[in-house]
Ligand binder design. Structure first.
Ligand code: IMP
Length: 400
């Protein structure tokens, strides 16, 4: 699970863990997420399909908490097919997941504009229609995946919805264009829409191990995040379990993924945001540009008050601290140890000014880097079991 504002680099740990799991599940969110996966030697960005889908033969569950933009799903399925991987036969899509239509994206843009006019700034959403799709869901006129099996009923629902969307947002809905846009995906996946709760529970009953891939991060949680600058789903461990229909006791462990520093895309408070020079260095070294929108990410320092809070919220078993090597050239590394009235109080930790790139053994990390990790453990009370030291799959310290 992401422990900051998303983009913590969850893909790598997922890739590492996937071989020891039998089933892959994504709980919530939609095409606002983005992870880069290398397919046939080419970097491709996926938004809906979980990162571990590339691990052949494993069932992939898209849970009830998700909001699914079908043309994006079709595109991802076809990209994988192009690389010789057909995930359709092992795809199980919750019948209760909601569909994101084109008009949701149009509403997203209208609402951002209205916020900008009213308050001078928007949330900085990904404009993927996420908020409006969850709005429809909560208002109880969302259209769920189960409707793909009955296109006439789906058309009737959409048609009934047109007036409301027009009146509320001034957005025109072209029902035929909406249906046309989901045609390819409907052909590909309508038979894969199912009771995903039953599928998961059957696997549990058989003693199979389920890997839940978090989307976004805890600080973007609709209830516990930096509201209103949040996404519209529950991005915590409990939120993921709920969205998949799994009971809390099904959980055996949970890993909080946090960068050794911090980034944020979009608006909202960021008390540890670095001043321009340092932010540029972190962005440059960390390649901090949004996978979904290409936006440069805001960059700053680690916030221990945030990690303490998020650790408590989620009950993480351990941390995976990612991208430690991005800090390699820093002389002094500020870490927020307290936050008062939205202002960070820093402790400056000495940098290591030495490459940690590709290091795989804890004892081979420079002393200052080990101290940095020990400080995180001491201040959060949660052990750091995994440390990312570079982009490559193998560039990771794994501690007992
Ligand atoms: P939305 O989820 O598109 O409505 O965007 C709401 C906020 O969440 C914006 O600040 C987005 O930048 C942020 N956000 C949503 N998904 C992600 C993600 O996967 N990574 C980072 N930020 C995200």
């Amino acid at each position: 699970m992401g422990a900051q504002w998303g983009d913590e680099g969850k893909g790598k740990i997922i890739d590492y863990l996937a071989p020891s799991f039998d089933v892959i599940a994504r709980a919530n969110g939609g095409a606002n997420a983005g992870h880069t996966i290398v397919v046939s030697g080419e970097k491709r960005v996926f938004h809906l399909v979980p990162a571990a889908s590339l691990h052949e033969g494993k069932p992939v569950i898209l849970g009830a908490g998700m909001v699914i933009h079908l043309p994006t799903l079709a595109e991802e399925i076809m990209t994988l097919r192009g690389a010789g991987i057909d995930i359709v036969p092992r795809l199980f899509i919750s019948r209760a997941a909601h569909i994101v239509f084109e008009y949701h994206k149009a509403i997203d843009a209208v609402l951002e504009e209205r916020r900008r006019e009213a308050k001078g700034e928007g949330i900085g959403t990904t404009r993927r229609g996420i908020g409006p799709a969850y709005t429809d869901k909560a208002a109880r006129f969302g259209i769920r995946m189960e409707m793909l099996k009955d296109t006439q009923a789906l058309k009737n629902e959409l048609t009934a919805h047109v007036m409301h969307v027009q009146a509320m947002y001034g957005v025109e809905v072209d029902v035929n264009a909406e249906l046309e846009a989901i045609k390819e995906a409907t052909g590909l996946v309508s038979e894969r829409v199912t009771d995903a709760v039953k599928v998961l529970h059957d696997h549990l009953h058989e003693g199979r191990r389920i890997l839940i891939e978090g989307a976004q991060g805890s600080l973007l949680d609709i209830d516990h995040g930096t509201y209103p600058h949040v996404t519209s789903s529950a991005t915590t461990v409990a939120g993921a379990l709920h969205a998949l229909g799994l009971p809390p006791r099904a959980l055996s462990s949970s890993i909080g993924v946090a960068k050794a520093y911090c980034t944020r895309v979009g608006g909202g408070p960021f008390p540890t945001e670095a001043e321009a020079g340092a932010a540029d260095r972190l962005r440059q070294r960390g390649g901090e540009y949004g996978a979904t929108t290409g936006r440069p990410r805001r960059c700053g320092w680690l916030s221990l008050p945030d990690l303490r809070r998020v650790g408590a919220l989620n009950g993480f078993t351990c941390w995976n601290i990612t991208k430690l090597d991005v800090l390699d050239q820093e002389k002094m590394i500020p870490v927020s140890i307290e936050e008062r009235s939205g202002k960070a109080e820093y402790k400056e930790l000495p940098g290591w000014e030495h490459s940690t790139h590709g290091v795989t053994e804890f004892k081979k990390l420079p002393k200052q880097a080990r101290d940095y990790i020990a400080f995180i453990e001491q201040e959060t009370g949660i052990p750091v079991s995994l440390i990312g030291t570079g982009q490559e799959r193998e560039a990771m310290v794994i501690r007992g």
